[in-house]
Ligand binder design. Sequence first.
Ligand code: RB5
Length: 149
Amino acid sequence: MELIAIASDHAGRELKEYLLAFLAERALDVVDMGTDNDASVDYPDYGIPLAEKVSSGEIKRGILVCGTGVGMSILANKFKGVRAALVSDTFTARMSREHNDSNIIVIGGRVTGKDLAVDIVKSWLVTPFEGGRHQRRLDKIKSLEEGWK
Ligand code: RB5
């Protein structure tokens, strides 16, 4: 498994730490991009650097956590090549890989329980993209991005 990155704001930090412990147990190579304490921060300050790394290809996949996951997913999907999926169940996590080739998973730390979040991440990490007709659909999104200034 390639290197992955994880980041959160204060509202997602506890879940981020829990996910980090799970990922470390599995000996997965993870870059922790903060935040590292409970002080209130602005989620874009942590989400943008991670989304930039995924957009540039420096990192293939990332995990973002904020309170609901909404702010992080809005910002991540502003980046070319980023397909961020806000997920609160395992089925959607799997489908976001099979059908959407999601490269960032976003979870709400105030929404999703810790063990469910681990299950979501586990499933998301191992599920491959199916390609085929789904690639054709992603190509249409890619064409849309080509027009971005
Ligand atoms: C922080 O209070 C909260 O607004 C943030 O974590 C996130 O839920 C935004 O979408």
